[in-house]
Design a protein around this ligand. Structure first.
Ligand SMILES: [Zn+2]
Length: 736
């Protein structure tokens, strides 16, 4: 079936902090191979052509579509709902997303994404020579032409406006040909452009920061910094101007490891790469085509890291790891002090950036990446300029808000303990609004059970979940050597010995092993997660060894061995080196070049990402159109709200206070309904929405109980109809 292609682009005023969808200057477009038209925003034809394209049958083809669509939505608010409809009719493409889907399918995403997805890069990937001139003199100047009709524009200004449309058109056709010739499915592209739009709308709104709280936070961090500075100055690990002497710190670490008799030096990811390359180059290891660094190092002999380090001398960047885990396991007191200092300086720089935005009354507008090879999103600070002088003002004040540091108790050498606060509580809703977080409970377990079923394997985990059981108590029963009935009895009786020992270990085991982790990896994960040392093979009176937990896990979930056999069957294909491609059961997104562990994780991680993405699309639609996505005659309580953050499967929104209760439940219901629609064989957990006046990690639902309350003042799901959700507050503030 021939489609009509609407290739288009916009020119706008400059983006700036708080202004991510700036005013439109012109729209340039072409249907199929027609001549390219440039329409000025002041020309009434501009709006009419946009509307015709939104309502018509043509496929939209933009580069970074979400940016242009947000500009159009801001310019023409009456087209917001028709634009959502256009996306839902699968009519919106994006040359970047299509290219990412190719790179992921080929297993080359990590390499290719480093090169970026600019038009000329995509063009050269398809061997198209467009003669694109990156030094477009007009790129940042179209705002100057807002009072001039296109007919009076300088020739270059018009030419530059047209050239991207021309390029996008050629690229789209090259991509179609490429997909067909390699049989790479593009089914997922429309879902991914929808995801790109709701993420972009979220970036445009941004997350507000409380300036006074940030000031106090910065003062706290400075105090911690001072505490460690003197000793580090004396040891030469910090210079007089306060900067870290990293080379000296690494030397100290290596020397300490030698003295303490550690067989190897802890390395960073970059260090591991460099070390692996050195081993191969020196002939200490044979070369294996296409092997991961982790697998190379698994074959490496013990104790050669010291010889490698000798070759790195005077290289401050050489990858000796000084992170917290390495320092705790390998370092001494001085290294711990250095590590605290390093963390504090990073923390300070980040907080100062938040403060700049807060002082200027601007939101934090981070850069979210729509698609990683796992199917998940990513988040980064984006433009790193600080904007302390007007000429270097950044395009937005961003921050990593997807994975912010947690609060952490830190022990000092003198035995004193302090709490290192993460930045979460600096983030606040706008006036008259509340934050709302809705987290899928144990999404991975449901996802894994669903993927087992899709792979044709009967799942005991699915029946436990669907019957409202507790998978962690079930594994805990096996570990405690008691019956499942007894385990549930002890859990209900709040038996701390069972809950804190067996059920908790069961929980770690359930999350670790379904992704194909072995016992050593489990030891590592529990240490990182809970700072708990689990022995590898020998059970102790304090608890079972990793091997025992792994065996109990296999016994509890009979689907596990068949699942991993299924995973193995996906490997080895054409490369004959135990790698394979996987096409997502539901979304048909292909990921290529997977080793065993990625193959074990990709099906359920990708599924959860797809579910969360689809749910946030519906949530955002309701927020912006004010209507329920599944019944457009019904007003949605989410109207007027918006998303401010997205933590992989947990959205955080800002809801109008007066509708926060209804909005919060609606948000959670959409997530659950979407999950059940996409993964129909498992029940997926009920979501318990939490409201907040500040961003808190541990917020839970709290109700103001009404006279009709049937739960006796406890927060339960029956309160939804009889009581009102109120903001959760941490204990120390409850009196206030
Ligand atoms: Zn109640």
């Amino acid at each position: 079936v021939a489609v009509t292609l609407f290739s288009a682009d916009t020119e706008t005023f400059l983006i700036a902090p708080g202004l991510q969808a700036p005013p439109l200057v012109c729209l340039q477009f072409a249907y199929d191979d027609d001549a390219i038209q440039v329409l000025h925003v002041r020309d009434p034809a501009c709006y009419l052509h946009v509307r015709a394209a939104v309502e018509g049958p043509a496929i939209w083809n933009f580069q970074n579509t979400a940016f242009d669509v947000c500009v159009l939505m801001a310019q023409y608010p009456d087209l917001i709902e028709p634009l959502f409809d256009l996306y839902e009719r699968d009519q919106v493409c994006d040359t970047i997303i299509r290219q990412k889907l190719f790179d992921i399918a080929k297993g080359r995403f990590k390499i290719m994404s480093r090169r970026g997805y600019a038009l000329d890069r995509i063009a050269s990937a398809h061997k198209l020579d467009l003669g694109l001139d990156k030094n477009d003199p007009w790129r940042l100047r179209y705002g100057e032409l807002v009072d001039t009709p296109v007919s009076a524009w300088p020739v270059e200004a018009r030419r530059y406006a047209e050239k991207d449309v021309y390029a996008q058109r050629l690229i789209w056709h090259a991509q179609e040909k490429y997909a067909a010739s390699r049989a790479i499915p593009l089914d997922d592209q429309f879902r991914q452009t929808r995801k790109a739009l709701w993420l972009r709308l979220m970036e445009c709104r941004g997350f507000m920061v409380d300036p006074r709280r940030t000031e106090a936070y910065i003062a706290e961090v400075r105090k911690v910094l001072e505490h460690d500075r003197e000793e580090l100055l004396a040891a030469g690990l910090v210079r007089n101007n306060g900067t870290k002497n990293m080379l000296e710190a690494k030397r100290h670490m290596v020397e300490h490891c030698r003295r303490a008799g550690h067989e190897d030096i802890p390395l960073t990811d970059g260090g591991e790469e460099s070390y692996a390359a050195w081993l191969l180059a020196a002939g200490a290891l044979g070369f294996v085509e296409g092997e991961d660094v982790a697998d190379t190092l698994n074959r490496a002999p013990i104790g050669l890291t010291y010889s490698w380090w000798e070759t790195q001398k005077d290289n401050a960047l050489a990858g000796v790891s000084l992170n917290e885990d390495s320092v705790i396991l390998y370092g001494d007191d001085l290294m711990e002090s250095y590590q605290r200092y390093a963390t504090s300086t990073t923390q300070l720089a980040r907080a100062e950036r938040l403060y700049l935005a807060a002082r200027a009354g601007k939101p934090i507008q981070s850069t979210f990446g729509t698609l990683q090879d796992t199917g998940r999103t990513s988040c980064s600070q984006g433009d790193a300029r600080k904007g302390t002088d007007a000429n270097k003002s950044p395009t937005a004040y961003g921050a990593q808000i997807q994975n912010p540091a947690n609060d952490k108790k830190i022990k000092r050498r003198d035995g004193s303990v302090f709490l290192r606060k993460g930045p979460r509580e600096l983030f606040v809703p706008r006036r008259g609004r509340l934050l709302c977080s809705t987290d899928y409970p144990s999404a991975e377990l449901f996802g894994w059970a669903q993927c087992c079923i899709w792979a044709g394997i009967p799942s005991r985990l699915a029946s436990v979940l669907n019957n409202g059981g507790d998978p962690h108590a079930e594994l805990g029963a096996e570990l405690a050597g008691i019956s499942v009935e007894e385990a549930y009895r002890r859990k209900d009786a709040n038996d701390r010995d069972f809950i804190d020992k067996h059920r908790k270990t069961g929980k770690h085991g359930n999350f670790a092993f379904m992704g194909g982790a072995g016992a050593p990896r489990f030891v590592d994960m529990v240490w990182k997660l809970a700072r708990q040392q689990i022995p590898l093979e020998q059970d102790t009176p304090e608890g079972p060894s990793a091997v025992t937990v792994r065996n109990a896990w296999y016994k509890t979930w009979p689907e596990a061995r068949p699942y991993f056999r299924w995973v193995s069957r996906q490997l080895s294909g054409e490369r004959g080196n135990e790698r394979g491609d996987f096409t997502q059961f539901w979304s048909k997104r292909r990921r290529g070049g997977l080793w065993f562990s990625a193959m074990a994780n990709t099906p359920f991680q990708g599924l959860i990402a797809d579910i969360a993405g689809a749910a946030c699309w519906r949530i955002t639609r309701e927020m912006y159109t004010g209507k329920c996505w599944d019944d457009r005659t019904r007003p949605s309580p989410l109207a007027g709200g918006f998303l401010v953050d997205f933590l992989h499967d947990e959205p955080i929104s800002e809801l109008l206070e007066e509708r926060a209760h209804e909005g919060a439940f609606r948000q959670g219901e959409i997530q659950t309904a979407t999950a059940r629609e996409i993964g129909p064989d498992v029940s997926w957990g009920e979501i318990e929405p939490a409201l907040m006046e500040r961003w808190y990690k541990s917020a839970e639902w709290v109700f103001e109980h009404g006279p009709e309350c049937k739960s006796g003042g406890k927060s339960t799901s029956t309160c939804k109809h009889t009581c009102r959700l109120i903001p959760w507050r941490p204990k120390e503030n409850k009196a206030a």
